[in-house]
Design a binder for this molecule. Structure first.
Ligand code: APR
Length: 309
């Protein structure tokens, strides 16, 4: 049977995600938006490239959530994007309303799907989606660490003049100012970057990774990043659909791991057909652990704001 992937939101992130999914032939793609004509137009345009790009995925655009029925995965990208000067948390209340309505549609129309959250503020929206859907924790996963790690790989590749393909980075924590890039667990073809770069250079890379989203927002002036975020979401979809058991940093619900409870935060996750198969617990220094806990506290505090409204 063909895989079916729904992408909610046909803006920059959603449309690029749909295009990458189709071009990788990962399954049939349904692009959903509230805007009349936009998902339909973009989907048709994409499908008209199939004979040239050589993919067989069907791409359908719709305003009707019943079309997501039977989806194996729902990637949620709907919401407002960050404007210059706006923090991810500024987006909190607006996007929570949108996520709530979408989650209710997912429960109604695709109750067995795995949800990949992309909308910001990421970790809070992931936790909120779990709260609204009541899906098992294996089936609601946030895309952030894959993006943050890919950004770190790019900066290391630029600094060392090596291929980003050989760089393997690990970033834990929240997708935001409190993220925790882990130089100790970051390598270039197996060589720890601590052997290749001095402390100052690593600190600069960590900071640029932490501010990676804001750097793009500042350059674009209107809107936020979408090429790398869509790549991150598609990497997760592929690992799940292929049951590949790849390990990548994702936002997942913790139940005691890392000394944290009932919070979604970026940790190394093993992904397979059932979603989160395992959460890997790394040995952290006191400082790294403190950063992770600080990051988790921001997520918990904001989640509590949402549920106490
Ligand atoms: N259902 C479906 N689509 C919706 C809904 C809804 N309830 N509400 C809003 N949308 C759609 C908008 O109509 C728009 O087409 O979501 C789309 C968002 O697209 P963009 O404004 O282009 O935003 P984008 O850059 O794609 O970012 C989306 O991803 O990376 C995050 O921070 C980013 O939270 C933001 C999200």
């Amino acid at each position: 049977m063909r895989n079916k992937i729904a992408v909610i939101g046909s803006g920059f992130v959603g449309a690029t995600t749909a295009q990458r999914l189709a071009e990788k032939d990962l399954g049939d793609v349904v692009l959903v938006d509230i805007l009349d004509g936009i998902p339909q137009g973009k989907a048709l345009d994409m499908y008209e490239s199939a004979a040239i790009e050589l993919f067989s995925s069907r791409v359908q655009g719709t305003n009707d959530y019943s079309d997501i029925a039977g989806s194996d995965i729902v990637v949620v990208t709907a919401g407002l994007a960050r404007k210059p000067g706006m923090t991810r948390e500024d987006l909190l209340l607006k996007n929570a309303q949108i996520i709530e309505s979408i989650c209710r549609e997912i429960v109604r129309n695709a109750p067995d799907a795995i949800v990949i959250m992309v909308t910001n503020p990421l970790d809070i929206m992931t936790r909120y989606a779990l709260h609204i859907t009541h899906f098992p924790l294996q089936r609601v996963i946030g895309m952030a660490g894959v993006l943050d790690a890919a950004r770190m790989c790019a900066f290391i590749a630029m600094e060392l003049d090596v291929s980003p393909v050989d760089v393997n980075a690990m970033v834990l924590g929240g997708h935001g100012d409190a993220m925790v890039p882990l130089a100790r667990y970051t390598t270039v073809s197996g060589i720890p970057i601590t052997e290749l770069l001095d402390e100052t250079a690593i600190e600069q890379i960590n900071n640029r990774t932490r501010d990676g989203g804001a750097e793009i927002v500042k350059l674009l002036k209107t809107g936020s990043a979408y090429y790398a975020p869509s790549s991150g979401a598609v990497k997760m979809v592929e690992a799940i659909l292929m049951d590949s058991r790849r390990i990548m940093p994702c936002s997942a619900l913790l139940n005691g791991q890392y000394g944290l409870d009932n919070v979604c935060i970026g940790v190394p996750v093993k992904l397979g057909r059932d979603g989160v198969l395992d959460i890997i617990e790394l040995n952290l220094t006191g400082e790294e652990r403190a950063s992770l806990h600080a990051s988790a506290k921001v997520v918990s505090d904001n989640f509590n704001v949402l549920i106490k409204r």
